[in-house]
Ligand binder design. Structure first.
Ligand code: URA
Length: 424
């Protein structure tokens, strides 16, 4: 077999055989298929698609390119959540310890932010001392101590995806449902979780801008998980506006701690509790404590403190703060009818909360605080947003990103419901 034969087959709208897929993934991982050949194949897949059988074969081949983790030594079921990424999406931070407090183990491998969407590891790294890199034995120790662990995937997990994702990132081949679904699910299945809840974001701040494509991605991923023996459910949730009132690494940790203390913004609490219930149900934890109660009685906070401390972090340490702030005021009186997730995400990125290249550092204190949410009444001149940055030179381009990103009008405008649909 050779790479040109496989590329031609997909270029000509053919169906790739299981043998072709197994070969090309294994050969690419070994370095026997060149990056330029794999990029041509990824582009042919983006343009011509893959059917469900091809996507399942592609996913399995990527899983086989590395190790598969195994949590069968644990005495309780495992559950994980994956979000396709958004603006202000800090849900993993309160959710993982919350589900642990309610009776399931949460072994979560997370990523870093790239572009306007934030990454869970960047957020947690704003806690002094906290470590994202753990060995498999350390992961097991943290799970036993805290019930939840959130860390970086080791290099042994789906290495084919690691290579391919980096290539897709620079060849315009990210936006393909078969490639996104197989990329996410190969890592989640290899991670060894028994059940998985997918939070597929919809709207300007998400990969998927409309409900139809988000549903197609969700159905593809649910089928991949279910076929691999992982109980998988997906929620389609709103990302036309930011989630919560904080966007940026340390700002989002602060908001997550408020949620764990029984407070926090209504939308963050609602989505955290809903996802926790889905995870406990998918994991089959019978007689689980109600997640809404575990946020109020301190048990989720206890699990958070144990989880952070077990990974070297100090849960009581002061979080980094940006040196400079700038207030954006409401341009008129009325209702904040629109606050665009992408505009706020781009502003936070330009303030230093995100990175342009994988190797760039992030500013932990940078980001945006929201003083009003879509639907709130506002008065002309009242603070609408606070921008946080390490130096004032960042403000101009952040303000450009926000230009046209919010509207104050006489009447409220309908927006997407927080939970749009459930896919099983
Ligand atoms: N996240 C992933 O892990 N892979 C993709 O292809 C897109 C988002």
């Amino acid at each position: 077999m050779d790479a040109i034969e496989v590329i031609r087959a997909k270029r000509d709208r053919g169906e790739l055989t299981t043998a072709q897929i197994d070969w090309v993934i294994a050969a690419y991982t070994r370095g026997d298929v060149a990056d330029e050949q794999m990029s041509a194949l990824a582009m042919a897949i983006l343009l011509n698609g893959m059917n469900r059988r091809e996507i399942a074969d592609w996913t399995q081949a990527m899983i086989r390119s590395g190790e598969r983790m195994d949590w069968s030594a644990l005495d309780r079921p495992t559950a994980d959540k994956h979000s396709t990424g958004g603006v202000g999406d800090k849900i993993t931070l309160p959710l993982a310890p919350l589900v642990a407090a309610c009776g399931a183990y949460v072994p979560q491998l997370s990523g870093r932010g790239l572009g306007h969407t934030g990454g869970t590891l960047d957020k947690l790294e704003s806690i002094p001392g906290w470590r994202a890199s753990l060995s498999n034995d350390e992961m097991l120790d943290v799970l036993r101590t805290a019930g939840a662990v959130v860390c970086a995937a080791g290099s042994g997990l789906a290495p084919a995806d690691k290579k391919l994702y980096a290539l897709r990132d620079v060849t315009g081949t990210v936006e393909s449902i078969p490639l996104i679904a197989s990329s996410i699910m190969s890592k989640k299945i290899a991670e060894g979780t028994g059940s998985l809840v997918l939070d597929v974001k919809v709207g300007s701040g998400a990969f998927m801008k409309d409900v139809t494509t988000a549903r197609e991605l969700a159905e593809t991923m649910v089928a991949l998980g279910t076929d691999a023996g992982v109980r998988t459910v997906a929620l389609l949730t709103a990302m036309d506006r930011p989630l919560g009132r904080a966007v940026g690494n340390a700002l989002e940790v602060e908001e997550s701690v408020e949620v764990l203390a029984g407070g926090g913004p209504e939308d963050v609490v609602e989505l955290t509790v809903r996802l926790a219930r889905e995870m406990l149900e998918a994991a089959g934890v019978s007689g689980a404590k109600d997640p809404a109660k575990a946020l109020q009685d301190g048990s989720a906070m206890d699990a958070w403190r144990r989880m952070i401390a077990a990974q070297g972090g100090d849960p009581d340490a002061a979080l980094p703060r940006a040196a400079e702030t700038l207030t954006v005021e409401a341009p008129g009186s009325g209702v904040l009818s629109r606050l665009d997730a992408y505009a706020v995400g781009l502003a936070a990125w330009r303030l230093g909360a995100g990175r342009a290249r994988k190797e760039d550092p992030v500013s932990f204190g940078a980001g945006v605080t929201l003083h009003a949410k879509p639907g709130d009444a506002v008065r002309a001149g009242q603070p609408l947003l606070t921008l946080h940055a390490d130096d004032t030179s960042r403000f101009e381009r952040a303000l450009e990103a926000l230009d046209g990103g919010y509207t104050v009008s006489e009447a409220a405008v309908d927006h997407l419901p927080l939970v749009i649909d459930r896919v099983t």
